[in-house]
Design a protein around this ligand. Structure first.
Ligand SMILES: *Cc1c(COP(=O)(O)O)cnc(C)c1O
Length: 397
């Protein structure tokens, strides 16, 4: 089945006695019992499939996990209360029986850098950063640092670099490390990291998968080797997703491939328009033929689907011009997050990369005039019109 069909059908239609509900009802019960203690004992012991306590498993979480696993490929999934909870769970699971050492991409979501530096490192896990688009440098660092785990993003934030997941997975295997890929920006419509050799794929389902800006969640998808360890860790740590959020996320996912295709097409239109605008100094977009990772993108992404994030630098000195430009936006929402049906803009220097020093930001190439646009499903003409009126007004003229 194609991903569009799986998005609509997977996880639902579980028989409940005589009837089959078309969509999965919300199961709010925290615990379950059976006709006999013998059977409850077997369910507790995981000898028989069933539910006993919602932190262990719940019909809504199970339906969502089956759905996400169908989309991403892999042996199974664990839903989580947020993308960050999913990342922590995936990395903890990867390191469970490996060296307590991490090599991570130097361009990562801000909170992920925080997770590595403020949670894992103080617990005695060494953390080294690398340019994962430079495979030779990565191979050398992995040989030297001998990490238990390599952490990368399919499309980096906010400069939208793309590493070669399959080659990085080979480097991980050679070095005995597990590869954890944050696949939030790409989504399983573009890339399925487990099919490329990754050990764990992580989603902030808050973004494209749920897609409507009204529910927070995360998911870890993994292979047979790590599934039981991951599920068991989640049962103990308890970062699980509740039944209401699982339900809302499933409802959102049914239209995710449709939305994502539209968002990708809109992003192409917006990026090419921005690249000709005299008020724009530079555009970063994965569909740009001159993108530094264009060869990897052509090889790993489907034709004409490049993602729906566009970053750009406006002409000007910095913060003041950016604030003026963003304040003039009338339809585009000035807010953190991405992947929603509505177009949103964020200023990385103020939000996602606020905690870094200006020098650190400059070193990562995140300048003071850089903004990040998450393109929505609106009519592309309306997105462009809003950008045009906000860029056109020069306050000093
Ligand atoms: C949003 C995001 C996260 C964190 O997800 P939450 O659901 O906010 O916890 C992690 N990685 C990336 C790439 C994200 O965009």
């Amino acid at each position: 089945m194609q991903i569009h069909t799986k998005a609509v059908h997977s996880g639902d239609r579980k028989r409940n006695g005589a009837h089959v509900p078309v969509t999965t009802p919300i199961y709010t019960a925290t615990s379950y019992f059976y006709d006999s203690m013998e059977q409850l004992d077997r369910v507790f012991g995981q000898e028989e499939k069933g539910y006993c306590y919602t932190r262990y498993d719940n019909p809504n979480a199970a339906a969502l996990e089956e759905l996400i696993c169908a989309l991403e490929g892999g042996a199974g999934a664990q839903s989580c209360a947020s993308g960050m909870a999913a990342l922590q769970l995936a990395i903890t699971s990867a390191l469970a029986d490996r060296r307590k050492s991490i090599v991570a991409a130097n361009a990562l979501y801000g909170s992920t850098i925080g997770l590595l530096m403020n949670v894992f490192e103080p617990m005695g896990v060494s953390v080294r950063f690398a340019d994962v688009c430079d495979l030779d440098a990565l191979r050398t660092l992995v040989a030297e640092a001998k990490p238990g785990c390599i952490v990368i993003e399919t499309i980096s934030n906010p400069l939208l670099r793309v590493g070669q997941i399959d080659r990085i997975a080979e480097i991980a295997r050679e070095g005995g490390a597990a590869l954890v890929v944050d696949n939030t920006f790409a989504t399983p419509l573009l890339v399925r990291p487990l099919e490329l050799g990754a050990h764990f794929s992580v989603q902030s389902v808050t973004k494209y998968l749920a897609g409507h800006g009204d529910v927070m969640g995360g998911a870890v998808i993994t292979n047979q080797e790590h599934l039981e360890g991951l599920r068991s860790l989640a049962r103990t740590l308890g970062p699980v997703l509740g039944p209401f959020e699982s339900y809302l996320t499933m409802r959102g996912i049914k239209t995710f491939p449709l939305r994502m295709e539209r968002q990708c097409a809109n992003a192409c239109r917006v990026a090419s328009w921005l690249s000709t605008h005299p008020g724009v100094a530079r555009v970063y977009f994965t569909g740009d033929p001159a993108h530094p990772d264009a060869a990897a993108i052509r090889r790993l992404f489907p034709a004409n689907l490049y993602g729906a994030m566009v970053s750009f630098e406006i002409k000007g000195e910095g913060r003041e011009e950016v604030f003026g430009f963003m304040d003039r936006l009338q339809m585009i929402v000035r807010a953190t997050s991405l992947g929603d049906v509505h177009t949103m803009m964020l200023y990385p220097a103020m939000s996602s990369h606020r905690e870094l020093s200006p020098k650190h930001r400059q070193r990562l190439g995140i300048g003071d005039t850089l903004v990040r646009l998450s393109v929505g499903i609106e009519a592309p003409e309306d997105i462009i019109a809003d950008l045009e009126q906000a860029l056109a007004i020069n306050p000093s003229a």
